[in-house]
Write a new protein. Structure first.
Lengths: 299, 632
């Protein structure tokens, strides 16, 4: 369990109500959110569309003002501009200046951090290489595909080598390979000691990378905890065995029967669609004549 | 050139202006603070409201302390890149196309072609640049909100002040660049339009009046050949050759030409050079004016000739009334040969008489201490015609006479300073030895025709010092456009900090229109316009009432007038805030009329520009600082 000094994001009774022009309540987007996020973890905000994930991130960043409650981020209130020195933010869509090219984009954001020009140049080159955009670094962003825009968006979020990174729907609009790369990148950032808060409605993404998740629904935090703890089905036991004979299977079924337990499922396990997809892609790259028939991977 | 409100000396003006400005800014700041505090209290309760208010004040101080010019520069650079990538330089191409076809509608035969061309280029530049500034300043920030790129800015350690100032400076830099390109293009356009020469063929255009052997015996100023050049640029010039061999091309359309004579194998040819003096940058040295009435009293005003523009005061002809200008800093180094005097006098005729006969006047120089006076010139004057006279350094005895002068008024008993008895008696007087005391000299002007009047204001008569560089003066003329542009940009950025693009643009445009019509605006605000205030005028419009007649004594009329009184206060405040954009046309007027733009007015206008831009920037910062960036 992390100690209190490791808490780098804390919200207390955080509430946000959107009002119309006349001050009348339009929608209550977030209700009394209490949250603590610790240094070095990947925290996922889960929930369906309109559940308050993006509102929470915007409140943390100071893009919205809370109706009530408090936000402390890196020991400072959300309204403190200085906190941004240590924060990287990738918005839901990559809201970047489309008339700039990749190099100019990163250089511009680097200037906003007062990074000296020599270091800025090195960092821009390294980040462009990291997100794989060397060949298109001179093209204006208006010519970029959505995946490329997301990648340069991530690079701008990392230009200041932040301690805390907020990613709003980081895999939104990415193809499966882009999604995998993004998730790998997030895990690499965690290895570097960064704290990451990401929001997503794609459960698989969150499950793959997050240490802890908070599930929001209609502006309320419904569940909070470690991913494996939340997913664990305590009442059931799972064995995964390969090369088991039919006779051995019958013996196992008999043992279950004798123990007065119930056999919930018996059969061949399935992989996830994502794993299947990546398997096909990697095999296709290794074996050019490779084809798929009827759902079976051809040998 | 008419200057109804002369620009005061900078150091006289700055103290009072700065005080007024500071009072206005402090009043607005105090009002904003109180309103914000009350609003926060009402919205969030006293405890939370105070907490937010205190946090806002603390953050504001931090914003000032931690302001970074580098980040501000990055924002400015972004605005420049955005403008360039969005191809705003197209406006320069539009301007060049406009210049290419300008010749079609500019009259080459104009009496003052330099003024016509300069006015045209300054107006065209003003409209185009202000249009550019309007679009860029009012649409740039709202575009960031619309595309949400502002999210990636404000989540960096950028302060709202850096965003607002960065926009102002960046768009200002683009506008300045565009303006410089236009200035250089305009200069070449005007120079090229004014450049011309004339043909002068012997026998056809110019006729010799004497044979060569006769000329030697003639007085040197006898005209020996006379004629007119061929028509070019809508005009021709009178040309004369004198017995002493000198040649003269008479001024036409405010310019002249050089002329040379070549004789080859007894064949005479005249060559007319390029136009000269078409564009000038005269540097006037202004004096302080006062008026002397027929009884010898001096005062700030002369005679009021009735329903006339009150800017000028008048003196009656054939009386002792005089207009007196006192000049300072007159030195032999500045005016070695004497005093070149230029004046544009208003003539008011009480009877038409011979309308073609000009009214006569006399010009005197006077020692302000001894009273020694010399009538140096008599001249004829037409209304608003600029006359150039020259007071020679050496003044003949016959011109000199003492004149008494009122020096003080005590208990309503006027006393006169009698001219000194020991005035120097010389055959020839020297301007600097006998008339200038501590750099001061008086120039008197009198009207010589009975029952006619001369009128003038201070700037109507001046001493012409050495001319300034025409090109630099032309470029300086664009300072007026630049200052208008900077103020408009500041307004645009301010409005765009809290309004959507189209609304911000409409508000900025409204401010521009109000600024150009400030005089009318203030007249309406002060209920001085014909037809009453805005509500009464509207009432007259819908009831088709003539604006010269009183409205019937009805409840409706009283109600309209009551509303007008309330509206008047509101409009007066707005009228004080709105910048007078038309004041900045002073620069273009100076250049178009051939005057150097004085440093004094540049300083006054620059400080005025800063006085607008600075609070507008602060207001923009405060608004953006307190705006919920991600609010839908």
């Amino acid at each position: 369990m992390a100690n209190e000094s490791d808490v780098i994001v804390e919200t207390k009774n955080l509430t946000k109500t959107y009002r119309d022009f006349w001050g009348r309540q339009k929608v209550r987007a977030l209700k009394a959110l209490d949250l603590e996020i610790h240094r070095g973890e990947i925290f996922g905000l889960l929930g369906p569309n309109g559940s308050g994930k993006t509102t929470t991130i915007k409140l943390l960043l100071g893009l919205l003002f809370p109706t009530s409650g408090e936000v402390n981020i890196l020991g400072r209130p959300a309204s403190d501009v200085e906190k941004n020195e240590h924060i990287g933010y990738l918005p839901e869509e990559s809201y970047l200046y489309r008339f700039l090219n990749a190099e100019e984009t990163l250089d511009f954001y680097g200037r906003l951090f007062n990074i000296p020009s020599a270091i800025r140049r090195q960092r821009v080159a390294r980040l462009i290489e990291m997100v794989g955009l060397e060949s298109s670094k001179k093209r204006q962003l208006r010519e970029y595909s959505k995946g490329m825009t997301r990648r340069i968006g991530l690079a701008q979020a990392l230009i200041n080598d932040p301690d805390l990174i907020l990613l709003d729907e980081p895999t939104s609009g990415l193809d499966p390979i882009g999604t995998r790369n993004m998730k790998d990148m997030i895990l690499r950032l965690k290895e570097q000691g960064k704290t990451i808060i990401m929001s997503s409605h794609l459960l698989g993404d969150v499950q793959d990378v997050c240490d802890r998740v908070g599930i929001l629904y209609q502006g309320e935090l419904k569940e909070l905890g470690r991913v494996e703890d939340l997913l664990k089905v305590v009442e059931e036991t799972e064995f995964r065995v390969s090369g088991l004979s039919d006779e051995a299977k019958k013996k196992i079924e008999q043992i279950v029967k004798d123990d007065k337990a119930e056999l919930v499922f018996s059969g061949n396990p399935t992989t996830s669609l994502e794993d299947l997809f990546h398997n096909i892609i990697s095999q296709s790259e290794e074996r050019p004549g490779f084809r798929v028939r009827g759902g079976d991977v051809a040998k | 050139m008419i200057l109804e409100h002369p620009i005061p000396p900078f150091f006289e003006w700055i103290g009072r202006a700065a005080l007024n400005w500071a009072l206005a800014v402090v009043a607005v700041a105090a009002l904003t603070t109180v309103v914000s505090y009350v609003f926060l209290m009402l919205r969030n309760g006293s405890k939370q409201g105070f907490k937010i208010f205190r946090s806002g004040i603390v953050e504001a101080f931090k914003d000032v302390k931690l302001f970074s010019w580098r980040r501000c520069g990055a924002m400015a650079l972004l605005a420049i890149r955005e403008s360039i990538r969005k191809k705003v330089v197209v406006i320069c191409v539009v301007f060049m196309i406009l210049l290419m076809f300008a010749g079609w509608f500019l009259d080459p035969g104009s009496k003052d072609p330099a003024r016509l061309c300069a006015s045209f280029v300054y107006q065209a530049t003003t409209y185009l640049v202000l249009l550019l500034a309007l679009f860029l300043s009012s649409l740039s920030l709202p575009a960031d909100f619309k595309t949400k790129t502002i999210y990636t800015i404000v989540t960096k350690p950028v302060r709202s002040s850096e965003i607002v100032l960065g926009r102002i400076l960046g768009i200002g830099a683009i506008g300045t660049g565009v303006l410089l390109i236009m200035a250089v293009c305009s200069y070449f356009f005007v120079s090229n339009t004014l450049r011309h020469t004339h043909v002068l063929n012997v026998g056809e255009d110019i006729v010799r009046l004497y044979e060569d052997d006769e000329i030697a015996s003639l007085p040197p100023d006898t005209v020996v050949a006379s004629g007119q050049t061929r028509f070019s640029n809508g005009h021709r010039h009178q040309v004369e050759e004198y017995a002493d061999g000198s040649l003269r091309v008479f001024e036409e359309n405010k310019h002249s030409h050089s002329i040379t004579k070549e004789v080859e194998d007894k064949v005479v040819r005249y060559r007319i050079g390029e136009a000269r003096g078409a564009m000038q940058a005269k540097s006037p040295l202004y004096g302080k004016i006062k008026f002397r009435n027929a009884d010898g009293f001096e005062g700030a005003h002369g005679v009021n000739v009735g329903e006339e523009w009150a800017y000028r005061s008048y003196i009656a002809g054939a009386t002792d009334e005089a207009m007196i200008w006192t000049f300072e800093n007159i030195t032999p180094e500045a005016f070695p040969e004497g005093l070149p005097v230029e004046m544009t006098i208003s003539v008011f005729r009480t009877h038409v008489g011979n309308i073609e006969k000009p009214i006569m006047g006399a010009l005197y120089v006077r020692n302000p201490v001894t009273g020694l006076t010399a009538e140096t010139q008599t001249f004829d004057s037409e209304k608003y015609t600029t006359k150039a006279l020259f007071v020679n350094r050496k003044i003949e005895k016959s011109m000199v006479e003492p004149k008494p002068r009122l020096i003080k008024k005590l208990n309503d008993k006027e006393s006169f300073q009698a001219p000194s008895a020991d005035l120097p008696q010389k055959d020839q007087y020297d301007l600097y030895e006998d008339f200038v005391v501590d750099g001061k000299i008086e120039i008197w002007l009198q009207c010589l025709d009975s029952q006619q009047y001369f009128g003038a204001a201070g700037p109507d008569l001046y001493l012409r010092a050495a001319d300034a560089n025409v090109f630099f003066n032309f470029v300086k003329g664009y300072l007026g456009v630049w200052q208008q542009m900077m103020i408009l940009i500041a307004f645009g950025v301010l409005f765009s900090a809290f309004l959507s693009g189209p609304v911000a643009m409409a508000a900025t445009f409204g401010m521009l229109i109000a600024g150009f019509c400030k005089t009318l605006f203030l007249d309406v605000a002060h209920l001085q316009s014909l037809g009453g205030g805005p509500i009464e005028s509207f009432n007259r419009l819908i009831t088709h009432e003539n604006m010269m007649v009183d409205l019937p004594n009805t409840f409706q009329t009283h109600l309209a007038k009551a509303f007008d009184v309330v509206a008047s206060g509101f409009l007066s405040v707005i009228g004080l805030v709105v910048p007078s954009f038309s004041d900045f046309n002073y620069y273009a007027d100076c250049v178009a009329n051939g005057y150097n733009i004085p440093l004094n007015s540049i300083c006054v206008h620059l400080v005025t520009t800063l006085a607008y831009v600075a609070p507008l920037f602060i207001a923009g910062y405060v608004i953006l600082r307190n705006r919920e960036v991600a609010k839908q």
